[in-house]
Design a protein around this ligand. Structure first.
Ligand code: CA
Ligand code: CA
Ligand code: CA
Ligand code: CA
Length: 226
């Protein structure tokens, strides 16, 4: 009798352990939530938005449907990549990347790495089942005139357990505030004590005059979150 009692207890313990083992991953049940999604911002001066996928894994400039969808590392169109077009000179400019992202189970072990033109800028942060806007610094020397490729590698640690959804991305160029004086001169050269001269300076630096904002906006085919 005693032996039988021990067997039952072990079986009960095993069943209890199975019932209470939290599934370490996203099971797909959160895939369609659009509650709390942030509308894509209207780009201001020096801001460039992509709200519609425009790049694929092969880099041929064709959308592969990895934005506005709940994506796992194991999806054939993983990683997420899209281009943000900057039609002005960005020589020496740094900036920030903002993205609206969904269901980042950071506390549970989801690690999603973000790259701009191949340069690692950080990991996504967020919480289970909610949308949030992430902001990353982009150092100078990374941004290019024309296409800037943003890539998100989802669930790099477990590769298949965790999923997320990227709605839009926007790059904001830093404000160009610094110029340097290349040469200067005064006129007139001779002046009586107590008089005034004009000081002229030739400066160089980023030209923010005429800088335009641009955006690629639209509703993704198949009805994504916008
Ligand atoms: Ca892709
Ligand atoms: Ca893509
Ligand atoms: Ca989740
Ligand atoms: Ca997730």
């Amino acid at each position: 009798m005693k032996r039988k009692f021990v067997k039952l207890s072990l079986a009960s313990l095993i069943m209890f352990a199975i019932a209470n083992a939290a599934y370490a991953g996203d099971d797909g049940s959160q895939a369609y939530s659009s509650i709390g999604v942030a509308a894509a911002p209207i780009p201001g001066v020096g801001e460039y938005l992509t709200n519609l996928d425009n790049e694929n894994n092969a880099g041929t400039g064709v959308a592969d449907g990895d934005m506005d969808t709940y994506l796992y590392n194991t999806s054939s169109n993983h990683p997420v990549e899209f281009n943000i077009n900057i039609p002005v000179s960005v020589a020496g400019r740094n900036g920030t990347l903002r993205m609206d992202v969904y269901d980042i189970d950071a506390a549970q072990g989801e690690i999603d790495k973000v790259y701009v033109n191949g340069k690692y800028v950080g990991t996504l942060n967020g919480r289970d089942g909610i949308w949030g806007v992430n902001i990353f610094d982009i150092p100078s020397g990374v941004l290019k005139t024309g296409k800037n490729k943003v890539r998100v590698d989802i669930d790099v640690k477990n590769k298949g357990n965790w999923a997320t959804n990227i709605d839009w991305g926007m790059i904001s160029l830093s404000k160009a505030t610094t110029v340097s004086i290349d040469r200067g001169w005064v006129s007139p050269v001779r002046v009586k004590r107590g008089g005034y001269v004009n000081l002229f300076a030739e400066v160089s630096g980023p030209d923010i005059k005429g800088e335009q904002s641009s955006s690629e906006v639209g509703d993704g085919a198949g009805g994504g979150f916008d």
